[in-house]
Design a protein around this ligand. Structure first.
Ligand code: SDX
Length: 427
């Protein structure tokens, strides 16, 4: 596409900045010779205006609430696809044939078992250990248990892909079992998401009829979380992977990033916020006033987004599913009604409107997970399980991009200029 380059004039030097054109969305200014040609660097805290890479995986239009995985709208994938099919799409770029999808389902299911030393690894942690810390350790440890899958060749990456999707599911479900006092049970030959629910919730006999509505709801939630372009945790995976660290070390770092309450931890923080409002006796109007006042540092968790300046399309789908599951299962409707009231007030309040703050994917997910019987510490690991294919897809895309270089940002130094050492007696 034709398009004039940008021109930068600085201290008498004029520099043409070539424009890199996107197929859709923001074009970029190529500044790779800026430091060499001008002696200056750019600074952009939080990278709000800075692209870290070129990618073909996910597209978000934050102003219009659009999310597409490999060009397919999230609404169509949410209503017609499955999590493992979306995983293949994100990683390989195309929807799989029926044979390829069946082969993926079978391969992942066969690897859902945990080896004895992996079980010992889990037993080393207290039953109530913070699950994101355990998950990050378990994923990193896969490099030691399956060293043959740590390479950068396609065969190693395919094996690592299957191992990550399979073991993460069993580790998370097993953590929930252990936290509830249960013994670990072996996966059986069931559907991936059904097996996850059975391992998480069944009695020690392992026998349980999985509710088809719950299976469908969880499969949908995993699809909604599967990728989101260069978010904090995915950027972390790319950064760590750019040093040629193996895929497990890179994704373990991403899990650490996701655990923060401003990122993946917001689903648990939002539910905690609803509970705090109830316990405080505040009306939702009074809570919103506290958020706007900022004096107590109150934030409306599950609201706001770096990219979405309109309703997060995922949040809209989660809200619909929460409504159906809660009405079917008679969950905590009072909190759901309070959340909807909170949303209604916020969306009509100038503070939120002028800052373009809308519900994001985390606003209703905690309510829905809770209605399905998940304890709140497992909410963010569920986000991590959903995001696993996205992290894998970005790691593999980063590796295959000839323009990838080890990530090493510059800085603007504001510290002391040179000074001499002061002997102890003179301090
Ligand atoms: C996820 O990046 C992704 O794609 C992430 C994600 C994914 O799929 O990977 O979508 C998942 O992380 C969703 C976001 C979950 N986090 C939360 O719900 C936590 C609550 N929200 C925020 O803290 C905040 O909105 C962020 C972190 C999500 C975005 O922060 P930004 O873009 O850095 O914006 P900011 O903090 O600079 O806020 C801008 C203004 C400020 O007010 P002023 O200083 O201009 O007066 O908006 C205010 C903020 O105080 N603001 C909020 C608010 N979020 C922003 N005020 C009250 N409540 C909030 N939630």
């Amino acid at each position: 596409m034709a398009g004039a380059d940008a021109r930068l004039t600085l201290d008498g030097t004029t520099l043409d900045l070539p424009v890199e054109h996107a197929t859709v969305g923001n074009d970029g200014l190529q500044i790779s010779t800026l430091l060499k040609d001008t002696g200056k660097v750019t600074i952009d805290p939080g990278f709000m205006n800075t692209a870290s890479c070129e990618s073909r995986i996910t597209y978000i239009d934050g102003d219009n609430g659009i999310l597409r995985y490999r060009g397919y709208p999230i609404e169509q994938l949410a209503s017609q696809s499955t999590f493992l099919e979306v995983s293949h799409l994100l990683i390989h770029g195309e929807l799989p044939s029926e044979d390829v999808l069946n082969a993926l389902n079978n391969r992942v299911r066969r690897h859902m078992h945990l080896s004895d030393n992996m079980k010992q690894f889990l037993f080393a942690f207290p039953r109530d250990a913070q699950p994101m810390s355990v998950l990050s350790g378990a994923i990193s440890a896969l490099a030691t248990f399956y060293p043959e899958s740590t390479g950068h060749d396609d065969e190693s990456l395919e094996l690592a892909t299957v191992l990550l999707l399979a073991k993460a599911a069993t580790v998370i479900a097993s953590m929930q079992r252990r936290a509830a006092g249960g013994d670990l049970i072996e996966p059986r030959d069931g559907h991936y998401v059904s097996e996850f629910l059975r391992i998480a919730f069944s009695p020690n006999s392992g026998d349980m009829d999985v509710d088809p509505d719950f299976r469908k709801a969880l499969d949908l939630l995993l699809i909604l979380h599967a990728d989101h372009e260069q978010n904090c945790s995915t950027s972390t995976v790319r950064m760590v992977g750019s040093s040629h660290a193996n895929i497990y070390a890179s994704i373990a770092a991403g899990i650490g990033a996701l655990s923060g309450p401003l990122h993946g931890g917001a689903n648990e923080a939002a539910l905690k916020m609803f509970d705090q409002i109830k316990e405080s006796g505040d009306t939702v109007e009074q809570f919103v006033a506290k958020v706007k006042d900022k004096s107590e540092g109150a934030r409306l968790m599950g609201f706001g987004h770096r990219v979405y300046k309109s309703y997060d399309p995922r949040g809209a789908v989660v809200k619909q599913v929460a409504d159906s599951i809660l009405s079917k299962n008679g969950g905590d409707n009072q909190t759901f009604e309070m959340a909807q009231r909170l949303e209604e007030i916020a969306l009509s309040d100038e503070y939120f409107i002028e800052r373009k703050l809308y519900p994001n994917v985390d606003f209703y997910t905690g309510l829905l997970y809770s209605a399905m019987g998940f304890p709140s510490p497992i909410f963010t690991p569920l986000f991590a399980l959903g995001r696993m294919p996205g992290w894998i897809a970005h790691y593999r895309e980063m590796l295959s991009d000839p323009r990838t270089k080890i990530g090493r940002p510059r800085q603007i130094y504001l510290g002391e200029v040179e000074r001499d050492y002061i002997p102890m007696g003179q301090r």
